[in-house]
Design a protein around this ligand. Structure first.
Ligand code: ZN
Length: 167
């Protein structure tokens, strides 16, 4: 039998919902959503209908009595405090991630924010990629790196850091 998971904000048992064959845990106490490792990728892009269905369900359960600044523990690992970090270097919305299982907790509203940010995020990503290929194409890497793969890896790492810092 499957373990019951509990909402890290309100303590209510999480309710499993089936969205297009993917099982997601939702809190009826606060509207928060728990995604297992990599599950979020089915829902985070604006054009994915699964995300709309999930938003509809989550919006049924709102509570105004929750302090969302409180750090929370992973529903699957009740002893592990989830880390807060940006959804991606391109999308600076704070999410809670379990360092143990990579599960993601989204508070109400965060999925909508991530989906709204998606087009902008995509533009930034494409701009960065174009910048990288221009450097690689110019051959400017050759005096610093052994080969083009190494150059590409290093430049993309640096430019990702630049995106973090820039705005
Ligand atoms: Zn976990």
């Amino acid at each position: 039998m499957k373990d019951i998971l509990y909402c890290p904000r309100t303590g209510v048992p999480l309710t499993e919902v089936d969205i297009d064959g993917i099982h997601i845990e939702i809190s009826t106490g606060c509207g928060g959503i728990f995604f297992d490792n990599f599950e979020l990728q089915h829902f985070d892009e604006e054009h994915e209908p699964a995300g709309n269905k999930l938003l509809d369900i989550s919006s049924l359960y709102h509570s105004s009595e929750i302090d969302f600044s409180q750090r929370i523990k992973c529903p699957k690992h009740p002893l592990v405090v989830m880390r807060r970090h940006f959804f991606s270097p391109f999308c600076r919305i704070d999410i809670d991630v379990c360092p143990e299982c990579n599960g993601v907790w989204l508070d109400p509203g965060e999925l909508a924010e991530i989906r709204d940010a998606f087009p902008k995020e995509n533009i930034k990503k494409l701009t960065t990629e174009r910048y990288i290929s221009e450097i690689v194409a110019s051959g400017g890497w050759s005096e610093h790196f052994e080969n083009v793969d190494e150059a590409h890896l290093s430049i993309s790492r640096i430019s990702r850091m630049m995106v973090w810092i820039r705005d």
